[in-house]
Design a protein around this ligand. Structure first.
Ligand code: SAH
Length: 416
């Protein structure tokens, strides 16, 4: 198995000498409990100066092996724990085992053959911290969140591709990582590391619907794979209804609603390229009679501005979906996020026909399901449209939750 030109050959092998770390008692307890993050300010002693990608062994107060992880001196999240418990060797066999376990976890999702786009590795939650792998049919998209991974790619990628054969592998990098070109050994965001070049979107299926994903320029790795189960629920709720999909991106919820038999589907987003993709996704599914029959309207603009205008003009829908971007990624943003959720709840119910259904998702990791639910319920009640909640969902099978910070997605279903 060989990778493109010399892309990986410029990257040195990881240091054979491991870093030895001693940490605070609190950090020790947290790591023993299985948490995958060790922050710089929890390190009390370190054997030598480390560089990104070094394997760091954490020892406990009695100098026994506690955990091993990937060291990144450029991040306050200094070590991402690969393993805790009995000592292990991190080698190709170990990577293979992690990848196989992740694949196994997804098996139920793939049984009916209707889904070829899914998350194969969900970072920390699959024991491979700082690394995500999404699959879109024959294209794998590898997204890295720490420079520590670069030194391990030469060992990791052949194991990944052996366990999960694909025609192509695209490299994406987090924004933080893209800002560190000196650490990237010539690799850059959007490079194809394996297989043929990519000039546009790739087509995959989700529950039998065809979608395009743009692994090079799209948000996340090209598609919001985490909403698959919520979309399927929306499909079941959409028959005969007028549906408004706010923050529609490339029309995931819209297309499911159409297949479910919605008469009218309105996709609203501030990004016109996203809505153009939504229109193309509808075009890809015209062989499905209900999709062909549904009227699909596109509205480009800011939801906070358009929704009040639509309500004032008398527009009403039977099903309103709200799936905004993350409003709170940091602690300090929580209050603002909650007030944005309250505002959206008010705007959503104002557009809802009495007895209609509201589907409201939040992907703000810092806002828990209880605070989100309470905020939305209160705002709707104050607007004179109390909610009758009938479902709350969290993560799908391919986005497992391995630690508290891994839980970010929640979705409420209610009539009002
Ligand atoms: N529901 C989508 C994912 C939504 S991602 C799916 O199932 O795939 C969030 C979307 O909100 C993005 O497409 C982004 O362009 C859009 N967005 C962000 N701020 C917005 C705003 N103020 N008004 C309208 N759309 C917005």
């Amino acid at each position: 198995m060989s990778f493109h030109s010399d892309l990986l050959t410029a990257i040195p092998a990881p240091a054979t000498r491991r870093l030895a770390l001693h940490v605070t008692r609190d950090a020790e307890r947290v790591l023993r409990g299985g948490h995958p993050w060790l922050f710089a300010n929890s390190i009390v002693r370190q054997s030598h100066v480390g560089s990104p990608g070094d394997l760091a062994v954490v020892f406990d107060q009695k100098r026994r092996f506690l955990a091993i992880g990937l060291y990144d001196p450029t991040s306050p999240l200094r070590v991402r724990i690969l393993h805790q418990g009995a000592p292990v060797t991190i080698d190709r066999a170990w990577w293979r085992q992690q990848v196989s376990a992740a694949i196994q976890r997804r098996a139920p999702l793939l049984r009916d053959g209707q889904t070829t786009g899914y998350r194969l590795v969900h970072g920390e939650n699959d024991g491979l911290p700082g690394l995500v792998v999404d699959r879109y049919d024959q294209t794998l998209v590898l997204k890295l969140y720490t420079a520590a991974w670069l030194l391990h790619l030469a060992d990791f990628l052949p194991e990944l591709l052996a366990a999960q054969p694909a025609q192509r592998l695209v490299l994406r990098m987090s924004r933080a990582l893209q800002k560190e070109p000196a650490l990237l050994y010539g690799l850059s965001d959007g490079m194809v590391l394996w297989g043929p070049a990519l000039s546009g979107p790739v087509i995959f299926t989700e529950n039998g619907l065809r979608f395009e994903a743009d692994p090079l320029h799209g948000q996340k790795t090209g598609f919001f794979l985490d909403q698959r189960e919520n979309r399927a629920r929306v499909e079941a709720l959409a028959t005969g209804r007028r549906v408004l999909n706010v923050f529609a991106y490339n029309g995931g919820f819209s297309l499911y609603a159409a297949r479910g038999g919605a008469h009218l589907v309105t996709s609203l987003d501030s990004s016109s390229p996203a809505l153009e993709a939504a229109a193309r996704n509808f075009a890809l599914n015209q062989t499905i009679p209900t999709v062909a029959q549904a009227r699909h309207e596109l509205l480009v603009g800011d939801a906070f501005q358009l929704l009040p205008e639509m309500a004032a003009a008398g527009a009403r829908f039977d099903l309103v979906i709200l799936d905004p971007p993350a409003f709170a990624k940091q602690q300090a943003e929580i209050e603002r996020a909650l007030s944005a959720y309250a505002q959206l709840a008010r705007l959503g119910v104002a557009l809802l026909q009495p007895g209609g259904t509201l589907v409201f998702a939040s992907c703000s990791s810092r806002v828990g399901i209880d605070a989100f639910t309470a905020t939305v319920q209160q705002a709707a009640a104050l607007a004179g449209r109390p909610l009758h909640l009938f479902a709350q969902t969290t993560h799908a099978l391919d986005h497992p939750i391995g630690f508290p910070e891994g839980a970010y997605l929640k979705c409420l279903y209610a009539t009002a």
